[in-house]
Design a protein around this ligand. Structure first.
Ligand code: NAP
Length: 244
């Protein structure tokens, strides 16, 4: 389910897109979906070299560390034709807020929050060259529900950063979309024993939202339920607090 339809979004057919962390997990599923929708080229980034031939000749592998200024600047120079940017790169370090080293929580913020801002800043002039362009930030249902960890702090902050970027960049014709999703079946959730969405289904919804120009994607029932409880007070989301 998506929300708020402005007049129109960004064409995928014939476009050049860049997906941070596009070599595995959800990013890889999204690269494949964009190619399936007729993208002319998809830059799929990874922090390390991707050896061997690509599975599709339209994939352009690119080295990128979103936590590193010079790496991000180099990526923007290497991909000057992009009209669709997906800030997908993310880490989850199981950082309990009272016990984890602050350096680990900082690392999560550096990638999940500052990575989005850093990449958006570098690519804003690139996207401005296109008549219509799109940024998708991969957020989470956990932008709105805490399990007591740095990860959720980073995703809540990234949600706010997404809202700020949407306002900051709208005058150049770039639409910013926040993707909120519960568990997906990727490396990140390998140890989670719970129902997980197929990343390909979430990728399909994301491509639809890019074309429609939606501001927000609420990708599954869990995400929609969490968001709907936000206006009901803290104990609607944290029932055990009411019992305590
Ligand atoms: N899986 C879920 O249940 C779930 C739910 C909600 C939201 N999300 C979000 O979805 C996004 C993708 O996660 P995933 O599930 O696909 O996890 P994943 O399988 O662990 O993949 C993480 C991706 O992020 C990239 N990455 C990590 N740190 C990076 C950095 N500093 N610079 C550039 N790339 C970096 C990795 O690239 P390398 O190839 O360099 O390792 C990898 O492609 C993340 O933002 C995550 O928070 C996931």
């Amino acid at each position: 389910m998506s929300s708020t339809h402005p007049s129109s979004g960004t064409r995928i057919e014939g476009a050049a897109a860049l997906v941070t962390g596009g070599n595995r997990g959800f990013g890889r599923a999204l690269v494949d979906e964009l190619l399936g929708r007729g993208a002319a080229k998809v830059y799929a980034t990874s922090r390390s070299t991707q050896p061997g031939p690509q599975r599709d000749s339209r994939i352009v592998p690119l080295i990128l560390d979103v936590a590193d200024d010079s790496s991000v600047a180099a990526a923007a120079r290497a991909a000057p034709d992009v009209s669709i940017l997906v800030n997908n790169a993310g880490i989850s370090l199981a950082t309990r807020v009272l016990e984890a080293p602050l350096s680990d929580i900082r690392d999560e913020l550096e990638t999940n929050l500052f990575g989005i801002i850093r990449v958006a800043r570098a690519f804003a002039p690139v996207l401005a060259l296109q008549p219509r362009s799109s940024i998708v930030d991969v957020l989470s249902a956990l932008s709105w529900l805490s399990f007591g960890r740095g990860y959720e702090i980073s995703k809540a902050a990234a949600w706010s950063a997404t809202n700020a970027l949407r306002l900051a960049i709208r005058d150049q014709g770039t639409i910013v979309t926040g993707l909120h999703v519960g568990y997906m079946d990727t490396d990140m959730t390998a140890r989670v024993d719970a129902p997980k969405a197929d990343p390909r289904d979430i990728a399909r919804q994301t491509a639809d939202a890019i074309i429609a120009g939606d501001f927000e994607i609420l990708a599954d029932d869990t995400t929609r339920a969490i968001k709907s409880h936000l206006s009901e007070g803290v104990t609607a989301l944290y029932a055990h607090l009411a019992a305590a």
